[in-house]
Design a protein. Structure first.
Length: 149
């Protein structure tokens, strides 16, 4: 159990917010499930949510995007920042997605973000402490394009 978390599983659903957000916290992982379009306007609210969960130091923080039909580049960059912050805190971080709307922009941007195809696999990896790896076709040594100096 993470030190600051309540001892029982907790699920909070916020369907009125945009995007719909479900937070599920257990002893082994915290899952933030998002549904709906994700763009730059959603970053501040979700930054507070994800940063708050990282502050609790769960063993694993999983962001489930399987119900997301559109995901902006700014939102994906935000997730990459959170993944880096999680690594620095010793928290395993992974994104759960298998749809093109999320995976294609990730590949084009060349972001360092662990991706798992299904939530059950991500939760199992968190329980067994196995490292979550991105699919080989998503791994890039550099972005497809770079900004000129």
């Amino acid at each position: 159990m993470h030190s600051n978390a309540p001892p029982l599983s907790l699920t909070v659903v916020c369907p009125a917010d945009r995007p719909a957000t479900t937070l599920t916290r257990t002893a082994k992982s915290t899952v933030v499930t998002l549904a709906g379009d994700l763009d730059a306007a959603d970053v501040p609210r979700l930054r507070r949510l994800v940063s708050g969960e990282l502050g609790l130091r769960p063993p694993a923080l999983l962001v489930d995007l399987t119900a997301v039909p559109f995901c902006s580049a700014r939102f994906l960059k935000f997730l990459a920042e959170q993944a880096s912050e999680a690594r620095g805190s010793g928290v395993r971080f992974a994104v759960v997605a298998q749809q093109r709307a999320v995976l294609r922009p990730l590949a084009l941007l060349g972001l360092d973000l662990p991706v798992v195809g299904c939530l059950e696999e991500a939760v199992l990896n968190a329980r067994t402490r196995r490292r979550t790896a991105s699919p080989p076709w998503l791994q890039r040594t550099r972005p497809l394009w770079t900004n000129p100096p």
